[in-house]
Design a protein. Structure first.
Length: 273
């Protein structure tokens, strides 16, 4: 069994997941990291095979090792439930423990950014599977391990789309109804986990990262759509916020609630110096 605390971070090949995993390594965690992209350069943009989306678990793992942590890359696809549960099984097999689960991976395929007339049942089913049911399945598998010892932490990366109505339509800074619906449902998970398992030692948090331009958004040309309506944060800042929540007892005041990551980083000066 690992002597260091262990975190499982999904969607860690790039963007927020990568930054979170590296930040946790920096505060003493060993990491199991999951994604579909195992090797940097292997992922093409959905709908345009000519565009490579940077990032892979190999580069994330290398950065974790540089921080002094152990990294175990695991293939996981949120639409493949067996790969989701396998991610937990492999984490436990390698490390023998789990202290933090970060539900960061989401489904970004067809249906995520379409308006209601084009949101058919198949697209909506994939959105709910990839943005809610996969996360519930992984959390359900992890709960017994997280409750061992002094208790563990669940971090759910939510989105303002869960509770904010866009000013404009898709393409002008707005987002899809189906995506917003699934994120709204997911935003209710951490509060209910806190109610049901908080007394047993589980700490559950929803973290709203705000607008953070990621490699995928930039590659798809979507990042600029949101510049006029939202203040852009950085993946590094969100990683710092998650690391603080996982390690600082002061974070307990947010249990079951929403941590607005960009505001937290600014208020606490987490990146100062």
């Amino acid at each position: 069994m690992s002597e260091r605390p262990v975190a499982l971070v999904t969607g860690a090949s790039r963007g927020l997941g990568k930054a979170i995993a590296i930040a946790l390594a920096g505060v003493g965690y060993d990491l199991a990291i999951t994604a579909r992209t195992l090797t940097d350069g292997d992922r093409r943009l959905e709908g345009d095979d000519s565009i490579v989306v940077p990032g892979g678990l190999d580069t994330t793992a290398a950065a974790i090792v540089e921080q002094g942590g152990v990294a175990v890359p695991i293939y996981m696809d949120v639409l493949d439930r067996s790969s989701v549960t396998n991610a937990f099984d492999e984490t436990l097999q390698v490390f023998g423990r789990l202290d933090v689960l970060v539900n960061n991976a989401i489904y970004q395929g067809p249906g995520a950014m379409v308006e209601f007339p084009d949101l058919d049942d198949e697209k909506l089913a994939n959105l709910f599977e990839g943005n809610l049911f996969a996360q519930l399945g992984l959390t359900r598998a992890a709960i017994p391990s997280l409750l061992e010892g002094e208790g563990g932490t669940v971090i759910n990366m939510i989105s303002a789309t869960a509770y904010t109505t866009p000013k404009n339509r898709i393409g002008s800074g707005g987002w899809g109804m189906g995506y917003a619906m699934t994120k709204a449902a997911f935003a209710r998970v951490a509060p209910m986990l806190e109610v049901e398992f908080g007394d047993g030692g589980l700490r559950a948090f929803s973290i709203d990262p705000g607008h953070v331009p990621t490699e995928r958004q930039v590659a798809a040309g979507r990042a600029k759509q949101y510049e006029g309506n939202f203040t852009a944060g950085t993946p590094k800042a969100i990683g710092a916020a998650v690391a603080w929540v996982c390690t600082d007892p002061g974070a307990d005041r947010f249990r079951g609630g929403i941590v607005y990551a960009q505001e937290l980083v600014k208020d606490l000066g987490l990146l100062d110096g």
